[in-house]
Design a binder for this molecule. Structure first.
Ligand SMILES: [Zn+2]
Length: 436
C-alpha cells in the first residue's frame, strides 16, 4: 500500500504541464505534502497493528451456581498448566472463595491458544488483570472511580413492629439489616423493646457511575428505648480490609459480636473455604473439612477460645497440628504449623499464641488450616460459629476507634442537615442522604 502511494506521487509529478510553472509547483508541493501525510499515517497504523495482535481470540465465561474457578477455566478451554498458573497468580490478591454467580471471566488467547491476558471484575469498579510475561502471569488491579453516599434512616417502632422488620420494609438489604440487628442485640434486649422506641442508622453506600450499587456498610447504629436504654454501635476499620479487627464496637471499644469465638489470625485471607469443592488445578472433588487462611510462615496463631490442648503432634498430612478442647466439648484444630508452641494438657486462654503458620505436611504453601469438631466429633464449618477478633480494642486500636467515632459523629451531623424524605409509603421512617 505504501509503495503504491509513492508510485502515484511520482506519476503525478511526471504528468505536470508547464503553463503556470510556479503555481503548479506549489500545487504539486502541497499534493506531495498531503501524500506524505497519508504515507506517515499509514505507517503509524501499520506499526500499531504490529503492537496489538489482531489474531488474539477473546473468550469469556460466566460463573454459574456451584462453580469454582476450575469449572470456569475449564469451560474456557484453558489448559491445565495455564489454569494452575492463573489460579496461583490470582489467589494471593483476590478472594476467589467469594466468586458470585453472573460474574464474567475474560481471557485473550494468542493464535496458539495460550492465554496472554486474563480479566476478572469482582464488581463494576474493581478489575483484576493478569498479563503473561514469559511463562508466568503478572497481577494488576484496576480501580475505577466510585461515588460514596451517606444515608441516615430514622424512625420508631410501630405497635407490634420489630427493628429488623421495619428496616426490611424500608428496603434496606437483608444483609445490612442483619448487621444492625446483630450488633445491637449484644446490648439491646429486643424482647423488651416497645412501640415508640427510636432508632437511627447511618449507612455508607458505594456506587459506580453514580447509580450502580457496589457495596454498603453500616457505619453507625443507635437504639433508644424506654426500658432497654440507649445504645450505640460504631463500625471500626483497622486499615486493612482483611484485618480480623474490622467489626462493630461500642464507643469504648467493646466488641459487638454475639457469643463469639476469636479469630486464629490477625489478618484473614481465605484461600479455601469449608465444604465440597473441586480442586482448582487438579479438578478432583473432595470435601475440605476446614478453612484455609493464606498467611506468611511465622505469623502467630491464636487459640480461638479458652480450653485445654488435647493434641500437639505431627503427621504427614496435617504436618504440625494442635487441637484444643473447649468448655462446650467442641474442639478447634490448627494444622500445617511451622512451630507448635503448646503441649498436651496445657490450659490456654482465648487469643493466646499457640504456634506459628507454616507449610508442614501435605501443603502447597504457607497457610493455616483451621478445623472445628462439634461435641460429637464431627467436622463443622468454623465460619458457622460467629468469630470475633478481640472482646475489647486496646492501645493504638482503641485510639484509632476514637478517631473514627469522631468522624462518624460529624458525618451524622452533616447528613442530618440534608432534607428528610419519607423512605417509603409503608413506614414512617425518614431518610436523609448526602454525597461524601
Ligand atoms: Zn485445608
Amino acid at each position: 500500500m505504501i509503495r503504491k502511494l509513492a508510485f502515484c506521487a511520482i506519476l503525478a509529478l511526471a504528468l505536470v504541464g508547464c503553463d503556470n510553472e510556479e503555481e503548479q509547483i506549489l500545487a504539486l508541493k502541497n499534493e506531495g505534502k498531503v501524500l506524505q501525510q497519508r504515507v506517515d499515517s499509514l505507517r503509524a497504523e501499520l506499526s500499531k497493528t504490529q503492537e496489538v495482535p489482531v489474531k488474539w481470540n477473546i473468550v469469556n465465561d460466566t460463573v454459574r451456581a456451584g462453580d469454582g474457578l476450575f469449572q470456569v477455566l475449564n469451560r474456557m478451554n484453558i489448559n491445565a498448566s495455564e489454569r494452575g498458573k492463573i489460579v496461583l497468580a490470582m489467589q494471593d490478591s483476590v478472594e476467589l472463595s467469594s466468586m458470585k454467580v453472573g460474574q464474567v471471566f475474560y481471557a485473550a488467547k494468542d493464535s496458539s491458544g495460550s492465554v496472554q491476558r486474563f480479566r476478572y471484575a469482582t464488581n463494576p469498579a474493581t478489575v483484576h488483570m493478569l498479563t503473561r510475561v514469559d511463562t508466568n502471569y503478572v497481577y494488576n488491579r484496576v480501580e475505577k472511580p466510585v461515588v460514596r453516599k451517606l444515608s441516615i434512616y430514622e424512625g420508631t417502632l410501630a405497635p407490634g413492629g420489630t427493628l429488623n422488620g421495619t428496616l426490611l420494609k424500608v428496603g434496606i438489604p437483608r444483609r445490612m439489616a442483619g448487621v444492625v440487628g446483630g450488633v445491637l442485640q449484644c446490648k439491646v434486649a429486643f424482647s423488651q423493646a416497645q412501640p415508640g422506641d427510636r432508632f437511627r442508622i447511618l449507612l455508607e453506600d458505594t456506587f459506580y457511575q453514580d447509580s450502580i450499587w457496589i457495596s454498603g456498610k453500616v457505619v453507625y447504629a443507635e437504639f433508644e428505648g424506654r426500658t432497654v436504654g440507649h445504645h450505640e454501635a460504631f463500625r471500626y476499620d483497622d486499615g486493612d480490609p482483611k484485618s480480623s479487627f474490622n467489626a462493630h464496637y461500642t464507643e469504648n471499644g467493646e466488641a459487638l459480636i454475639f457469643d463469639g469465638l476469636r479469630y486464629p489470625l490477625d489478618r484473614l485471607h481465605i484461600t479455601s473455604p469449608f465444604g465440597s469443592r473441586i480442586h482448582p488445578i487438579t479438578g478432583q472433588r473432595k470435601t475440605h473439612h476446614g478453612i484455609d487462611y493464606g498467611s506468611p510462615t511465622g505469623t502467630p496463631i491464636y487459640a480461638v477460645a479458652e480450653g485445654t490442648v488435647t493434641v500437639s503432634g505431627y503427621d504427614e498430612f496435617s504436618g504440625n497440628k494442635i487441637a484444643i478442647r473447649h468448655r462446650d466439648n467442641s474442639e478447634s484444630w490448627y494444622m500445617h504449623m511451622s512451630v507448635r508452641g503448646v503441649s498436651v494438657g496445657t490450659h490456654v486462654a482465648a487469643r493466646q499464641v499457640i504456634g506459628k503458620v507454616g507449610s508442614t505436611g501435605r501443603s502447597t504453601g504457607p497457610h493455616l488450616h483451621l478445623g472445628f469438631k462439634n461435641e460429637k466429633g464431627a467436622w463443622i464449618n468454623p465460619a458457622s460459629k460467629t468469630m470475633i477478633a478481640a472482646p475489647k480494642l486496646t492501645g493504638e486500636r482503641l485510639a484509632r476507634l476514637k478517631q473514627q467515632v469522631a468522624v462518624a459523629r460529624s458525618q451524622i451531623e452533616k447528613t442530618l442537615a440534608a432534607p428528610a424524605v419519607k423512605a417509603n409509603d409503608s413506614t414512617e421512617v425518614m431518610v436523609r442522604m448526602i454525597k461524601l
